[in-house]
Design a protein around this ligand. Structure first.
Ligand code: PGA
Length: 249
């Protein structure tokens, strides 16, 4: 069994550098009490990648929240996979619902996935339905489309670098989480689709759950068979609560 993966998506919550100093101080202090056999990743805003990368405990890995798909060129505001790699980034979140809501397409998500894998990093591809899509019975169709276009350019050789995060849009940033049966159904859909795309080797792709994960619901979410960890938003802003997730069995 692979090590459980706990990823903190710090989004754009910090306002200034002083807040990061406090965060890093607390993270290092809490880390001393952590002996969980878990892979922890923190994903700060890109402008602070270097700063956070130098301040986190050595065993905590660095992730990025997004990437632009081209390697280099006249793309104002863009940050490429190669740039992220040179900052020490190991994982890149791609296709987060908060990016999709701003107009990112499934095709663009697929290009981003390829650029991250080509640069030798790991990619966390987010998929998930809206409330309206779920209520109208379209969850499976939406997931299949997001998955098939998201992984269209993925080579079987690099499957252990692919992570899928199921993040129902209606749960992200709210107090709602799906029931365990709903999560299990979606994990089944993801697993069977991965199997039909990749055949043997599909089991090397790790699957996370994300959307309002906190200490109280972590056990429920993480006992689901087929889940390899979680993608956490708000709870990751408090280092002690974030690390505590890995201590809960
Ligand atoms: P949340 O965010 O935990 O604050 O719901 C999760 C995410 O967006 O990855």
């Amino acid at each position: 069994m692979q090590q459980r993966l706990i990823v903190g998506n710090l989004k754009m919550w910090w306002r200034e550098k002083e807040e990061i100093e406090t965060y890093l101080r607390q993270l290092n202090a809490s880390w001393l009490r952590t002996d969980a056999d878990v892979e922890y990743i923190v994903c700060p805003p890109q402008v602070f990648l270097d700063y956070v990368g130098q301040g986190v405990p050595q065993s905590v890995g660095l992730g990025a929240q997004d990437v632009f798909w081209e390697e280099s060129g006249a793309y104002t505001g863009g940050v490429s996979a190669l740039m992220l790699r040179s900052c020490g980034v190991k994982y890149v979140i791609v296709g987060h619902s908060e990016r999709r809501m701003l107009g990112e397409t499934d095709e663009q998500v697929g290009w981003k996935v390829v650029s991250v894998l080509d640069a030798g990093m790991r990619v966390i591809l987010c998929v998930g339905e809206t409330r309206e899509e779920r209520d109208s019975g379209r969850t499976v169709d939406i997931l299949k489309r997001q998955l098939s276009l998201g992984i269209a350019g993925v080579d079987k050789v690099v499957l252990e670098n692919l992570v899928i995060a199921y993040e129902p849009r209606w749960a992200v940033g709210t107090d709602r989480t799906p029931g365990s049966l709903e999560i299990r159904d979606v994990v089944d859909v993801i697993q069977s689709n991965l199997k039909s795309y990749f055949g043997q080797g599909a089991e090397n792709v790790r699957i996370l759950y994300g959307g309002s994960v906190h200490q109280e619901n972590f056990s429920m979410v993480c006992i689901e068979p087929g889940l390899d960890g979680v993608l956490v938003g708000r709870e990751s802003l408090d280092p002690e609560s974030f690390l505590q997730l890995g201590r809960i069995s």
